[in-house]
Design a protein around this ligand. Structure first.
Ligand SMILES: Cc1cc2nc3c(=O)[nH]c(=O)nc-3n(C[C@H](O)[C@H](O)[C@H](O)COP(=O)(O)OP(=O)(O)OC[C@H]3O[C@@H](n4cnc5c(N)ncnc54)[C@H](O)[C@@H]3O)c2cc1C
Length: 452
């Protein structure tokens, strides 16, 4: 991940360490950056500007909130440190997943947020895939969108009962999810190593940078003001307004929403202290023979399996496979990231010819300690939202719409997550490190599953 160069940016020690050895896997080195339509022409914040509501952070969450507010006729100003989509939104695998991470089911959500709010949150998330594709159609966003379904194949028969239970929980919420048999899963993925699958036909895949740029275009068309290259360096309450300082200007706003995910750079220590960053590595292969598409993901679905260290893969429009995930040592070499992820895919799909990496990049997401979304009150009329749990595209888009309804005058009772005070993680840097150490243990567990 390339480091933003704006003066005033203060990356945490962990951010510095994790970013240092990977200069070749930046925002610009991604396949999405090479192929997405251009983002909107925006300018830098200069001088003093007055606004009503400031959204700080131009990813899915910031732009979904801004778009829905602007569509409803509200005035909103987005400040982005670099360019729209520079964070995780422009670098992810491009899966629209109406679901949570393995191990987090509707039952867990209700246990965290209570029955009523938990049900609201699951409904919102379940409808998130449809919302993403509906926004793309309505705003004519050019992002290679395919609502062909999201699959979670079983890497071991030992998890079959767990998967059945997961499917029942989502069905009980009225979701059109399906259970694929072993034969169907093998056909749908092209790998004979799978034992069945969860299918949500409302999920799908797209060019993630194209999608976030499209949201930014749409927000601007509906009246939102967007400043790029404008990292908020200081946020302070002056009288009854907020003063947001960038390198070249100041935005004075009545209300502020932070949607900075894992890269806030010290803007709000309280909000940033509630989350820890996780770095993910991505690769796209050289184009493959289009005939292979008949046997690998023949229905053009996207797939992320039930391993703890999951294997995710999908096609692009030009016959490349995209895959990626965690690295046991995020401080290791970029070359290791390339060979590790491509090697796993090759072993899963041994019928493929030798795969060659054409693009490699990495991005960072923020997770709360329970991997659930958060809406935090930072002060009078100032909030921070994080919705990422590694499956954040549908979640952030849908949460942005809910937050817009609330900030546009609705009651916070209707929100799918409560508005709380920040609940800090003890030493986020250490939590990231612990997460890296968690990986080898879970790889070992995945290997045991396969033996068992
Ligand atoms: C490699 C990778 C793969 C992933 N794959 C998937 C996937 O396939 N499907 C899925 O659903 N989710 C996936 N995710 C998660 C998903 O990308 C995130 O949940 C989502 O993009 C988060 O959106 P966001 O708007 O909250 O944050 P971001 O997109 O990170 O946006 C935050 C923005 O804030 C800006 N910013 C930060 N600080 C400041 C400041 N002080 N002033 C102004 N601007 C600031 C940043 O530049 C950035 O643009 C993946 C994540 C990664 C990293």
């Amino acid at each position: 991940m390339s480091q933003p160069v704006h003066s005033g940016y203060r990356p945490t020690l962990w951010e510095r360490l994790a970013a240092a050895p990977h200069p070749s896997v930046s925002f610009e080195s991604s396949f999405w950056h090479a192929t997405a339509p251009a983002g909107p022409q925006t300018r830098r914040l200069e001088g003093e500007v007055r606004g009503k509501l400031a959204v700080i952070g131009g990813g899915y969450l910031g732009f979904s909130t801004a778009l829905h507010l602007a569509e409803a006729g509200h005035e909103v100003t987005v400040l982005e440190a670099d360019e729209p989509g520079f964070g995780a939104s422009g670098r992810n695998t491009g899966f629209a997943v109406p679901n949570l991470l393995t191990g987090l089911d509707p039952r867990d959500v209700k246990a965290t947020f209570g029955d009523e709010r938990g049900t609201l949150l699951c409904r919102m998330l379940g409808e998130g895939g449809d919302l993403v594709f509906e926004l793309i159609r309505r705003h004519e966003i050019d992002c290679e969108a395919r609502q062909t379904g999201w699959m979670q194949p079983l890497h071991t028969p030992a998890k079959a009962a767990w998967l059945d239970d997961r499917i029942e929980q989502w069905k009980a919420l009225g979701r059109p999810v399906q259970r694929l048999s072993r034969d169907e899963a093998v056909y749908e993925t092209g790998s004979d190593q799978y034992h069945g699958a969860f299918l949500d036909p409302t999920g799908g895949h797209l060019n993630p940078l194209g999608y976030v740029r499209g949201l930014a275009h749409a927000a601007i068309r509906h009246g939102a003001t967007v400043f790029s290259d404008s990292r908020a360096r200081r946020l302070e309450r002056v009288g009854d307004v907020w003063r947001i300082e960038t390198e070249h200007g100041v935005l004075i706003a009545d209300r502020v929403l932070l949607t900075t995910n894992a890269t806030g750079g010290g803007l709000s220590p309280a909000a940033e202290g509630t989350q820890f960053p996780i770095t993910l590595f991505q690769v796209a292969t050289k184009p493959l023979d289009p005939e292979l598409r008949k046997s690998v993901l023949p229905n053009d679905r996207c797939s992320a399996d039930t391993r703890k260290d999951l294997i995710a893969f999908r096609w692009t429009w030009d016959n490349r496979l995209v895959t990626g995930g965690l690295l046991a040592n995020p401080l290791g070499s970029a070359e290791r990231g390339r060979t590790h992820h491509i090697g796993r895919l090759q072993r899963l799909l041994p019928q493929l010819p030798p795969l060659r990496v054409a693009y490699a990049w990495q991005g960072r997401l923020a997770a709360a300690r329970d991997f659930m979304p958060r809406l935090m009150e930072l002060g009078p009329n100032a909030w921070s939202a994080i919705a990422c749990n590694g499956r954040g595209m549908a979640m952030t888009t849908a949460l942005g719409r809910q937050v817009a309804l609330w900030l546009g005058g609705g009651s916070n009772e209707g929100l799918p997550v409560p508005v709380t005070r920040p609940d800090p993680v003890l030493l986020p840097g250490l939590a990231s490190l612990a997460f890296s150490l968690w990986l080898p243990m879970n790889r070992w567990k995945d290997a045991q599953d396969l033996k068992g």
